[in-house]
Design a protein around this ligand. Structure first.
Ligand code: SME
Length: 185
């Protein structure tokens, strides 16, 4: 039987949205991320390590990676997992929806999401978060799980905080911040 969030058992006894298990895991990730980016500000180096950190530290994931804005398209960036679709057109799939809305999109069952783009047939649920630098959207982070309903709002909040920490310590090439890199509104 497939389970919901791997933190669900611990969360059941908690009233707060974040369980102690999540707090501990994401707290550790924040500390490890600080170490990883302490002496490196390069964009590709840091987002590559970020994808690897999440993929190897969080349970029940089969794909973690970035899609980065090129004009109005999203182009595959650093990732961990099986080879994936290299181009996602404006507004397509879960990634395109998150980019257009500039907001997190949580999909408990990818088969029930109209227009979902299947890159790894193992994927059952998905979370896509917008990636900002200085308030400008520059891409998205995509996380896939082989388990239904893997991600909850606490995962979304914690990973968005980690993304903020990542981007605060990372320099982004100027062309990625240019207006032409942003999607049409
Ligand atoms: N499922 C995504 C496509 C990217 S892969 O999952 C790596 C989507 O629907 O946008």
């Amino acid at each position: 039987m497939q389970h919901a969030s791997p933190f669900a058992a611990a969360a059941m006894s908690q009233t707060a949205s974040q369980s102690p298990a999540q707090e501990s895991v994401y707290g550790d990730l924040g500390a490890r991320l600080s170490e990883l980016i302490a002496e490196q500000t390069d964009f590709i180096a840091n987002i590559s390590n970020f994808a690897a950190l999440l993929f190897n530290s969080l349970p029940q994931l089969n794909w973690v990676g970035f899609y980065l804005l090129h004009g109005t398209d999203l182009v595959l960036g650093p990732f961990q997992g099986k080879p994936a679709c290299s181009l996602i057109a404006n507004g397509e799939g879960v990634c395109g929806k998150a980019a257009l809305q500039r907001a997190a999109v949580l999909v408990p069952d990818v088969r029930a999401f109209p227009g979902h783009i299947m890159c790894d047939e193992m994927s059952r649920s998905e979370m896509v978060l917008p990636l900002f630098k200085d308030g400008r959207l520059i891409g998205v982070l995509d996380m896939d799980s082989p388990v239904l309903n893997r991600f909850d709002s606490s995962d979304s909040e914690c990973v968005q905080r980690l993304l903020q920490q990542l981007m605060d310590g990372t320099l982004v090439p100027q062309w990625r911040l240019a207006p032409s890199a942003a999607p049409a509104t």
